[in-house]
Design a protein around this ligand. Structure first.
Ligand code: GRF
Length: 199
């Protein structure tokens, strides 16, 4: 069984895609042991609670220094004892202590075809605004391992999505979520679960 902790900040549609994949049986031998958000109002926490999944908020606002937050985030992960940490719309720069503790065991979903439209400042709608601004005809999503950089770790899976005439950032974001993110994130976790089973 691959135990995963999912880190979220917002609506949690990628978390929901993982939950639905497990419930449908498409994603086997995977258990979500904890959902962690930096945002107490993240609807993603609600989605977890609806499924009886341990959902906790570790907010930077609750700590007087960033180091204290970083330690609390690591403690919360360690408490859950995950095999894999999944960043699903998590808008926190992953601190060095977490990278070191979970090296090679943290993955992220980014809403573009890396190396396009990624790195510092490229998150959420900003990614799609940049893609439309550049005029690309194809965009998509990427699942990659997380290292000390921003969106720089080894790529696991990508899926292309067509940009259509008249797309707004919101329309394009939705299409990338539906046609790419919600498919390749569960699939990537399934790949890792299968590789872990073999060991
Ligand atoms: C999505 O745009 C996703 O690409 C990015 O975070 C945003 C929110 O995702 N990673 P979610 O609905 O909270 O999963």
């Amino acid at each position: 069984m691959l135990k995963i902790a999912v880190c979220v900040s917002g609506g949690g549609t990628n978390l929901q895609a993982i939950i639905d994949s497990i419930k449908s049986g498409r994603l086997e031998n995977v258990e979500i042991v904890r959902v962690i958000s930096n945002n107490p109002n993240a609807y993603a926490l609600e989605r977890a609670r609806n499924e009886g999944i341990d959902a906790v908020c570790v907010s930077p606002k609750s700590f007087s220094t960033r180091d204290e937050f970083n330690s609390a985030l690591l403690d919360s992960l360690n408490e859950a004892k995950p095999d894999l940490v999944v960043l699903a719309g998590f808008l926190v720069v992953i601190p060095k202590n977490v990278i070191e503790a979970y090296r090679g065991r943290i993955i992220n979903i980014h809403p573009s075809l890396i190396p396009s439209f990624c790195g510092t400042g490229y998150y959420g709608l900003k990614v799609h605004e940049a893609a439309l601004q550049r005029g690309v005809k194809i965009t998509g999503a990427t699942v990659h391992y997380v290292d000390e950089g921003t969106d720089t770790g080894p790529i696991i899976m990508q899926k292309a999505v067509e940009v259509k005439e008249g797309d707004t950032p919101e329309i394009l974001q939705r299409r990338v979520m539906e046609q790419a993110e919600w498919i390749i994130l569960p699939e990537s976790i399934g790949l890792i679960a299968k590789e872990t089973e073999k060991k």
